[in-house]
Design a protein around this ligand. Structure first.
Ligand SMILES: [Zn+2]
Length: 163
C-alpha cells in the first residue's frame, strides 16, 4: 500500500499563502494609513491596490481594467486612473514612467522614504529598494539646487543578476 506522497501537494502552496498574508497586511496598512490621513480607501481604490499587489509585475492602467473585469463590471480607464492617482498621493503606489506602469509601494511603515526601482531590461523584473541615503541625497538636491522633486522614486534600468 502506498502512502499519499507529499510530492502531490502543489509546490507553490506555502508561497501562495505567504503572498496572500502579505497582501492582507499591505491592505490593512493602507486602510490605517488612509484613516490617519483622513482619506477614503473606497472599495474601487482598494480593489486597484489589491490587484497591484497580486500582480507579479507592474501593470498599466488598461491591464488593471482587464484584471479587475472578472470581479464585476469592467472599470472605465478614467476610474482606474483616478484610483491610481489617489494611491500615488497616499504613497501606496508608484508610477514607473519608463514602463508607463504602476507598482504597489513595498514600504509598510515609512511612506515618506525614497525608493529606487531596479528595472531589469532582460526579464522585466522590478525590485524596489529603500535606502536612507537616497532620502538624504534627494533632500540635498532640494536644499542645494532649490529643486523639489515631484516623484520620490528613482528608476534605474539595467540587468538583474539572473540576466
Ligand atoms: Zn532580469
Amino acid at each position: 500500500m502506498t502512502q499519499p506522497s507529499a510530492a502531490h501537494q502543489p509546490v507553490d502552496r506555502p508561497q501562495a499563502t505567504q503572498k496572500s498574508a502579505r497582501i492582507a497586511t499591505s491592505l490593512a496598512h493602507a486602510e490605517s494609513l488612509c484613516r490617519a490621513n483622513r482619506a477614503r480607501l473606497t472599495p474601487i481604490r482598494r480593489r486597484v491596490l489589491e490587484a497591484l499587489h497580486n500582480a507579479n509585475k507592474p501593470l498599466g492602467a488598461y491591464d488593471l481594467a482587464d484584471v479587475l473585469a472578472p470581479q464585476g463590471r469592467r472599470m472605465a480607464p478614467i476610474t482606474v486612473y483616478r484610483a491610481l492617482d489617489f494611491l500615488i498621493e497616499q504613497g501606496l503606489a508608484h508610477r514607473l514612467a519608463s514602463l508607463n506602469a504602476y507598482t504597489p509601494s513595498s514600504q509598510t511603515s515609512d511612506s515618506h522614504g525614497s525608493s529606487a526601482f531596479l528595472i531589469c531590461e532582460g526579464c522585466g523584473d522590478v525590485k524596489e529598494v529603500t535606502m536612507p541615503e537616497l532620502s538624504d541625497a534627494l533632500s540635498q538636491l532640494h536644499k542645494n539646487h532649490a529643486f523639489a522633486p515631484h516623484t520620490k522614486a528613482l528608476e534605474l534600468t539595467g540587468r538583474c543578476i539572473h540576466c
